[in-house]
Design a protein around this ligand. Sequence first.
Ligand SMILES: N[C@@H](CCC(=O)N[C@@H](CSC=O)C(=O)NCC(=O)O)C(=O)O
Length: 282
Amino acid sequence: MELLSSNKSFGGWHQRYKHHSAVLNCEMVFAVYLPPQVEQGQRLPVLYWLSGLTCTDENFMQKAGAQRWAAELGLILVAPDTSPRGPGVPSDPEGAWDFGLGAGFYLNATQQPWAKHYQMHDYVVHELPALIEAKVPVTDQRGISGHSMGGHGALVCALRNPGRYQSVSAFSPISHPSDCPWGEKAFSRYLGEDRACWNDWDASLLLAKASERLPILVDQGEQDGFMQDQLKPEVLEAAAKAIDYPLTLRLQPGYDHSYYFVASFIEEHLRYHAQALQQQQP
Ligand SMILES: N[C@@H](CCC(=O)N[C@@H](CSC=O)C(=O)NCC(=O)O)C(=O)O
């Protein structure tokens, strides 16, 4: 992997790397935050952050203010891009912002022309962690979190892969994508019109049949303009209640969908992950 930039931050380093992804068939950029403990030779747990529609690796690293807490807690942060990119990667024919580039939905597309590149689930769950584990001093303790489309991604990655993550949380996730405009648009194109194929990529439906009981923390702003039509946290909550699944859904009065909201609660999420990930270290 090729180092693109390196910036000192809270005693550690924020770095961006480029690499060839065999899974996505293109060059990808990701960001990693290495807290100061890395320079003292420690191996640390890692939190994967999945961003939302229109984002790259940069939105979270520049806006959430996570580095301060990651440095204190000794957490490595990894932020991938939100879709495959580059020459030959198809996107929305009308240039819409909610499909295609910047909108990979963290699934494995089955339909052409998308399937050749849009395999974001396998990229974030397998290929990128294998690279990180080979090159970065991480332990085998992995957490995953994200915002909006990335919140959907974090929940789906954890629920589809029992045992792979030791902690999971989300901000404003798209909780029931098979029944909202963003999700229906993306799923019908990436996965095809057969709605039965959508169930395995929908957090509320996956949670209803979960074999593992990994606790989930979700924060949702009550003034989020997307909450009612796109995010539907009440569907996730009902699915959890039905099987007594350990979901903590916190509705935060006055907060919207933006990174001002994420930045306000990121400390609590990082503490939540650090506690779960460090508890389980040998
Ligand atoms: N461009 C859109 C707004 C898109 C938007 O709000 N993106 C969110 C994620 S939404 C769900 O996945 C985001 O994180 N944006 C990046 C940021 O830095 O805020 C519009 O114009 O309405």
